[in-house]
Design a protein around this ligand. Sequence first.
Ligand code: ADP
Ligand code: MG
Length: 773
Amino acid sequence: MTPRERLEEPLTRALGQPKGKNPLAKLGLETVGDLIDHYPRRYDDPGRLTDIGKLVVGEHVTVMARVVRATIREMRNRRGALMEAVITDGTHELSLTFFGKHRGSLFSHEKRLVPGRTGLFTGTVGEYRNNRQLTHPAFLMMGEEDLESDEEMLAAAARPIPIYPAVAAVPSWKIAKAVRMVLDTLTEDEVPDPVPLEVRARVGLPARLDALRRVHRPDSMAEAHAALHRLRFEEAFVLQAALAKRRAVATSRPATPRALLGPGEPSLLADLDARLPFDLTPGQQEVGDEIAAELASNRPMQRLLQGEVGSGKTVVALRAMLQVVDAGGQAALLAPTEVLAAQHARTLRALLGPLAEGGMLGGAANATRVALLTGSLGAKARKEALLAAASGAAGIVVGTHALLSEHVRFADLGLVVVDEQHRFGVEQRDRLRDKASAAPHLLVMTATPIPRTVAMTVFGDLAVSTLTQVPAGRAGVTTHLVPAGNERWLDRTWERVREEAGRGGRAYVVCPRIHPDDEGPAGAGEDGMEVLPVGYDDGVAPAASGDPGTGQAATGRAAAGPAGDRPQKPLRAVLEVAEELRARPQLAGTGIGVLHGQLAPAEKDEAMERFASGELPVLVATTVVEVGVDVPEATVMVILDADRFGLSQLHQLRGRVGRGSAPGLCLLVSDAPEGSTARARCEAMAETTDGFRLANLDVELRNEGDVLGAAQSGRSSSLKLLRIMKDTKLIEQARTEALGVVTADPELHYAPELREAIAGQLDPEKEEFLERT
Ligand code: ADP
Ligand code: MG
């Protein structure tokens, strides 16, 4: 066995039972490497007992407590004996119950459970006649460990006790013992350290094995914390090195420089600027300059453009695209849904006017074309679009995932713009990139602002530009909470909708589902849009439904897990609500349309059209309207079951109104109880329209795992210890160090342990966490 193979060694062999079964497999621990990376969940102070008052029924726990009494009696109604013990933390008591065939079979327990002595007890918290209890808990009395010497005994008495994520069959102390056995035999050679020595020296970190020993068997809490810090740094470091490497690979192929044309040369960009009905904001100007400079270089741009909702990212992207077209290249704009792709094509054509009418009567002399390519095009339209892309006649090709298909060719693809990146994976970016002979430049746009550390962690391979301002002259949006049960408020809500429609405004009414009789929330339509985010309800396990490609699985009330203790009312559904509104006296005579992902593309277009034109000024829709839909006349956004949406989603939805000169109104209808996380989201929305503040809050309110995607929980996770919001400083430090290492040695010849750690982390299954946000 080479040193490196020690970590691959099966636990059966390492623990001296080559033929035996491995009970630790129940915890997903198969090898030595798995075991030493199974970190304690917490540490107990040997002098202090666990707070029994805080135990939750149904939870698997390990409790340190003192025995009060233990009694054995025969059972009344059937054969057998029962032993009842009571343990205490000094304040609260917990009963332990053991059943035996006869009294004698319980004597061994009785001998160990001596009143006054302290032990660790592990089991699932149950409830019997209003008393919390553990049935057949596994337990270990203090002093029972097989310690060799008095010194060891003394040391153990003062040492924090690691408490591991455990299962009934494998209590925490058995894990501790196994870890100890394995750790004692390992040498530093056998535990490769992905953090190179010089980085460790600079940052002041112990070697990996050293840290592991201290995490699993600390002499003090300070030691445990220092060791955990080192392992946390390692996680951040490996991740940042992976991102730095990805960036290095992405920029290793040269790009074709697409410089700005000189003054006087016929230029679509200059012509666009001349015909824009507004002045660019200083932010748009600045970011535009940044992008223009990068496009002119032969290093492919790798940039993230994030910005406040309505800050005008589309124009920034269009100007970048025109610079490339002016220089003889083409640009592709990748949108997450058909609705959005179609709208982008419309918006770009409108902004460009005659500049987009290449080859048409009345088109400008240097005009280009905007082609639209989506999965639902008819054969003829599709052929035309493909031809326009392949011949170069279309300078700009807008599309959905269909753009990624093999049949799509470009004459000279110079820039890929990915809108609303959170719906696309890194791999999809790469596929578009492969359609160009030279590496194309890349501009990724997020829908809403994201916190800095999230940007660093999830988009760490991209440079970041930020648009913070929205153009002047926007009237803004007022937000109110409407209690779902309050008929008077609801009446008033629909009256407001009618009033707005009456004065030429438009109103969106967003529901979480399409059909009233569907289980759970709206199933992902063909666009993969109608989904609710994961983990948004307090303590409810995310259901595994939903489109895996969107990174946001659906959770409906019907799909709520066992911990969902709120009374479950069905979620509001588009089709039902539309019927209801049509019957409402307040809305009599007001045209009401519907839009959702299960409509045919032509029906979707028509619904959008009739809404935008004002023919049907009320649109009952799913979250298809979430991203980027732009109808300047829209003034009201009513969100039903608002608590079922995530903060960034709510912010996006709200961003659909108040875009013109008329003030917007956002009404969040919800019955989430006060004090719940769901309610907190709605309240935050009512309090601020600042997307950056909401983004930070969002991460704080969410389970950490959800930030990086569902794949983050459990063993497959590469981030076990890192906390995106709390570990900001550490992530920044790790990023600087990782960049240094990768820049000096892009192939990581001199850091093979790091290279392997990255390869292990970025296997396809685990890479998901980079894609899912
Ligand atoms: P987002 O950043 O949310 O994608 P959009 O690009 O959709 O925002 O822009 C929102 C609206 O603002 C569009 O109607 C766009 O034409 C308009 N807009 C963009 N830039 C400006 C500007 N500098 N001044 C006024 N309106 C602008
Ligand atoms: Mg947009």
